[in-house]
Design a protein around this ligand. Sequence first.
Ligand SMILES: Nc1ncnc2c1ncn2[C@@H]1O[C@H](COP(=O)(O)OP(=O)(O)OP(=O)(O)O)[C@@H](O)[C@H]1O
Length: 584
Amino acid sequence: MARSQGQLQKLGTYLRPHWRDATLGVSALLVVNAIGIYIPLQIRNAVDTLSVTFSVQQIFSYALLILALASVMLVVRMTSRILLFGVGRQVEFDLKQKIFNHLLTLEPAYFAANTVGDLINRATSDVDNIRRLLGFAVLSLANTLFAYALTLPAMIAIDARLSLLALSVYPFMLILVSLFSNKLRSQQLTVQEELSTLSELVQEDMSGIALIKIYAQEQNERNAFRGLNRSLLNANLKLALTRNILFPILQGVAYGSALILLWFGGGSIARGEITVGDFIALLIFVERLAFPTALLGFTITAYQRGEVSIDRIESILTVEPKIQDTPDSIPLPLAQVRGKLSAQNLTFRYPGATEPALNQIDFVIDPGETVAIVGAIGSGKSTLANALPRLLDISPNQLFVDGYDITDLRLTDLRGAIAYVPQESFLFSTTIRNNIRYGNPMADQSDVELAAKIAQIHGEVLNFPQHYDTIVGERGITLSGGQRQRTALARALLVDSPILILDDALSSVDNQTATRILKNLSEGTVRKTVVFISHQLSAAALADRIFVMDQGRIVQMGTHGDLIEQPGLYRSLWEQNQLEEALK
Ligand SMILES: Nc1ncnc2c1ncn2[C@@H]1O[C@H](COP(=O)(O)OP(=O)(O)OP(=O)(O)O)[C@@H](O)[C@H]1O
């Protein structure tokens, strides 16, 4: 009960911004129902008057009145539908906006724990359920309520006994609908599931088309598709069968009540208890109530489905971002950032992990210094790169920018001070120009080109069909791994932040080009602080200093010259690297 109250309150909050439209829509329904009562009463009067004294003029004036009323009812009904379905659509818009905005506040770890498919499902199907609930369900609930509240007294005023007899079959309609609606719902769900399995197969096969051809698996894939497509067909046929059974039965029940009325009403007319006009009015009233009654059953199902969806949506909206500003966050304007980075006893453990990914790390990196971080796979290099712009939930007093604890700094300022190129270079489906100026959309062409030149991609962009206007990504041309990485680097260079972190961001670029890029970076007029994470030791060797990581710790620090003099991990990595180079 308390849960249901909570859901109703939530519905109230969703509706509140649109209360005017909702109230107008519901009021319009009241008018529709009032006219709906008035018309049968006029028909009764017409029949009764005309059976006593027949006149063409009177028929004409009754017909005109009924036509006018029916026209008004039509327009008001349309208005109520436009308003109420509009409210559903508005709430759908608001919720989608709210979910998307909220998702943008959450840290990457949240997305690692929740699949994108599930989040998209909540933002589409669940929001859709709420839209239906607020459009269709509010409309039908109000309609049923008004229909009964106005029609019942009018019917009882004509003949209470006949009215109750005629309506006695309607509870069966409700029971039938609620019995069938559970079945309809589970069958609808099966159809949706079968459809998404089929779509997943198509999506996967189209992405892996080269693999299918290389392994000559076309026939197997065809068979798999046929199997899934058949399951979808079966699910659709079952759903159609249930619908095709239910709707004629409902119609039958409605006719049943008309039959009862005929049976008992005939006698009442003969005994002079009601007039023929009364009888016709009753017949119309009973018919009027059939549709809202059946709809009530579906409304209850829509409400139950909506309740589940409210829970699923609220479970996203109530997640508190772990990494966010506090009222005491300190601003750090870009112009004041010097670019000093330091760590004190930095330790970080991923949720559920037994070993820390970063273990008691200490360092100081001076403004303008280029530091390479090298080490074995899984030694914690990317974790350190993610920790600096606070993409991970780092505890206070461990990491500092210009002496400020990063957890005290305003997030936009901290991230504005750091340009970060992650391991996976992600490009949006837009032009190369827009990809490069993603962090600075107002940058002009000369800035875009300068960044592209430093990142050693400019020459290749000029060879593309539309140069900087070439569309890349899913809807455009496919760039090679190295081209993607250098485009992502140009994007980071364009924002011109004093600190640049490259997380293995040049792994697909050949050693010579990587070395040239690193030289470009260290030769700028205003030197950036560069953290260069790499497995390419020949490029890393150019750095001012090298940090060597092993199992979450920095085990060695120094210049390339110093480090190859000492026995240790760096020297063995370097010797291995030299051997590999010689064997190439
Ligand atoms: N999201 C995560 N959840 C749990 N453990 C993680 C997560 N990301 C990384 N790890 C673990 O943390 C450790 C450090 O990983 P990290 O990616 O920082 O290493 P790396 O040195 O960058 O490796 P590589 O050179 O392969 O990029 C590894 O043991 C890894 O399995």
